[in-house]
Design a protein around this ligand. Sequence first.
Ligand code: ADE
Ligand code: ZN
Ligand code: ZN
Length: 263
Amino acid sequence: YGPDGHRIVCDLAYRYLSDEARTEVDRLVTLDPEFGHFRDICSWADEVRGTTHEFTRTWHYINQDRNDPQVDAEDCAEDGCITEAISLHAGVFLDRARSDDERLEALKFLAHWLGDIHQPMHVSIEGDRGGNDIDVLWRGERHTNLHRVWDSEIILDYMGEQWGWAPEATRWSYFADELASEIPLNGVEVITPLDPIAWAQESHDIVRSRDFAYYWARAGQMIAPGDAYYERGLRISRQELKQGGVRLAGLLNDLVAERQLAA
Ligand code: ADE
Ligand code: ZN
Ligand code: ZN
């Protein structure tokens, strides 16, 4: 996701943290004067992937062969992928031998990965860089690409429609409130074992669905999705943002409880 998507996933997650997990998250986040709140740490992984943490470049996604709909561990790229990164950073966050600095970094990554794995194009089909190489004329209005449509354009359009009167930098909070108000009602999974492959499979099934308007587009092509695509994409995006937030909370609650048991 772009900054707003990550902020929303983390803001939702924060609402569902146990008292113990919230205390621990707050403690770690405020160790770094750059960050005031959990939701502020959730795009950091995008800022460092081109600078201090180049080795994490491939950790934001996992791609599939075009003829392989089943996500499994062997689909991970040689340099790593999002499902492995989730397990790695969950392990660091849990580890009583790690320093606070190491565990804060693991938390920054984990919070980011739980967002990205719920953006369908991050569990994509090899060959077009998750839709980055498919040009899009979006709703007849602006040029972008298919990856950015799902990272940002759908979310930005909706927030502009609903809360256009509010400063852009504050609109995410209205969207987060609206999504939070729906969470107990519409079937997002609240009890959530750590199963990154299953989460990735859900995203990939969305990417493969026939009305996704991805499967017949290829790298180098230009497509022009209209309002119907936007409406469908918005329904999916709302569901995925909620699911990402709830699962991030469930994961952190489990990890903090497990860590305290080991004390
Ligand atoms: N680069 C290559 N594949 C990608 C994907 N699925 N998402 C984001 N960036 C990518
Ligand atoms: Zn992305
Ligand atoms: Zn990312």
